[in-house]
Design a protein. Sequence first.
Lengths: 279, 398
Amino acid sequence: LCTLPALIGLGLFFVAPLVTLGFYSFLTPSLFGASRPYTLTNYKAATGSAFPSHLAWNSVIVGLIVAAICVAAGLVVGYWLTYSAGRMRMPVLFIIISSVFANYLVRIYAWRLVLGQNGAVARAIGYLGFSRQSLTFLLFDRFAVTVALVHLMLPLSVLLMFAAFRPVEPRYLEAAEDLGATAPTRWRRVILPLIAAPAATLFVLTFVLASSDYVTPTFLGGTNGQLYGIQILTAFQVTGDWSLGAALSFLALGVYLVAYLAMLGALRLARLHNIRWGT
Amino acid sequence: VNVESEATGTEVTSCDVYSRRVFIGRGAGVAAGILAAPVVAACGSSSGETASGGTASASAVKGTVGGTVNYYGYQGNDALQAMKSWNAEHHVTFRSNYIATHEDLAAKFASGAAAGTDVVNWDYQVEAMYAATGKIFQPMDASLLPNMKNLDPAFPPARLNNGLIGVPLDFGTIGITYDSARIPEPTAWADLLQPKFKGQISMVNDPASGVNLAANILKLNTPHMTTAQLNQVGEYLKRMREQCRTVAASWGDMTTLLVQGEIVACYDGWVSMNGFAAQAGKKTVKTNFTPKEGSWSYVDMFCVPQGANNPVTAYAWLDEMLTPQGNAAYQNQNLQGSPVRGAEQYLSTAARDLYPYNDLKSLLAAAPFTLAPPTKAPPGYVTYADAVAVFNHAVNGT
């Protein structure tokens, strides 16, 4: 009975929309609508003529880089907050959380000011004698999208890794040290096994969020930095082909499920999938 | 067939087309009971479709002016500043929802997300696409718009199946918008294709406008293009896109790029961008709307759509915007052209100097109003969907 509200919420806000979208993907499209008969042509188009291979490639590259940076930074900052920050912990956590309060679009636009031809980076490099014209790669390309997505995902990553470190009690590390383990050994033999599962989950989560984003690439991606999500947006909002949009969405969902299963498989292979925390 | 389908001439039944609203309603049922219900519910339910078309017909519009007016359209075209005193005098609260591209509005209405909208603003060129949704237009009551007599004959109201569906409240011409402090005035669209402008220009991610402009530059008949001609348009757009530093999300975004110094000129520029940039402190942004190859002009139409919550106030608001003073105040705010006779005398210098009001005929000959391709076309000719696909392929790489 206790789980009923959660089940209702899950059914209402996750399963029902998913089933609906899946249903759409098999309908025959019309302008901003869809109707019977059922068809597989949307999936044929989504995997064939309408499949944007270069956008998908961009998504994979950007998603992997963002996920790797976020997990690495999350590990370092999470470790520091847990074991070394002392009285700095709460102020730093407050700063991290407050950065999320700034509007998403404002944070994206802020990168235009930083990375633009008249931005802070260009000015600083200009003072060193380099031409600003040579710095156009900083903005309106995959680089700017990656930087902005790391900035957007980092607070979430740090908070999740901080939470992941909390059950790894300092006495585990002290015990390892008493047994002669060096700092790298403590990381390898104690910390990493205990936080492997949350770190892997964070990796997949940030990969999914970054690679599916379409707002950041719209404003910072230029002509070379667009991601797969723009194709889904175009199908739903521009061409009005909701069925193709749904099929493209399910295709992405399939890829993300494979990534998730691969993560579970990797953890199982490394025998890290059922590590237990706590005392 | 419900009320709205008769209004647009499009046969729409609740079993043929699935709106998002219908599905959200049905999805709730799914979660509460059977997960497979959307499939079952796809046919046979009667909710949703009639709800959006359930307003009184235009002739039955009665009531008192006042209350909330829901607006759906382009930012700025809600005339919030220009109509501030009128809104206050009539106790009208304007709630605005903005669109970035033409397609946004069609998508919102088709999905039911714009239910209860009282005033819609759309670009004349994509009228056929909006009509095809069957969920926007309804026959309007001309008797509630006595000031429609003020319209210049060059700007006729929009009609569908002989019924009034909208009135023009502003117009504008697309041109080469540029930063005069950084480059001399480009006199032809071909100038933007020169190597020196590579990475220095931008264009807007607006398929209808982008295709329309390219077709006009290539001297093609936009609403009646063949597939081969559309391919020419696609090639042209691709060349222009390769010159671009980025493809802007909107005209506002493109103005920001000019103001920030990221670009020096715009394909698909717009006279109003001069004013937007000036408001941001950049007074050197100018627009050449008579390039050698020609251009095209748009007309912003306004209507009271199906399912309006407050049609009485919506009609009164539109009628006020058709007065010379009201329309001039609107153009002074947005820096667009006025289609209302007599408005010129009330225009600010900045607004009046934008267009040659004493010779609009020549302007419209060089940059005519042009419709986008239709939603359905005979074999060998292109549809609106074809044009959008070519634009997206050429510009977005999708």
